[in-house]
Design a protein around this ligand. Sequence first.
Ligand code: ZN
Length: 131
Amino acid sequence: MELKALYREILNEHNINPVHKEEISDANITLQGINPSCGDNITLKLKVENGKVEGGAFTGSGCAISQASCDMMLDLIIGKEESEALRLCEIFMGMIQGTVSEEQIEELDEASALREIQHMPARVKCAELGW
Ligand code: ZN
């Protein structure tokens, strides 16, 4: 499949059926992010225990990219060590800025589809918000 088509398909899937868009009651970290230029608003809740991301979810509203990107981020980091989750977030930011290698981008799994965003400067903040 062509990369752009893949990008659209993955984005659609996470936007229509977000896996992690829900309320969780046992979170111990709550973060809110707002991207005024687009109107994206995300509340991210994480349960981090003993240095491990045990769970996470988000609520909020905004464009397809912001919501799908946050859903992909949670897919990637839930179940991982906190340090590993932070490392993956750094790779994501590096991918958007075009500063990481192909091998690093592959570690992002589905979120690597968002690499297209680096060619859409107006949408960069949407993609980065959740991360
Ligand atoms: Zn947006």
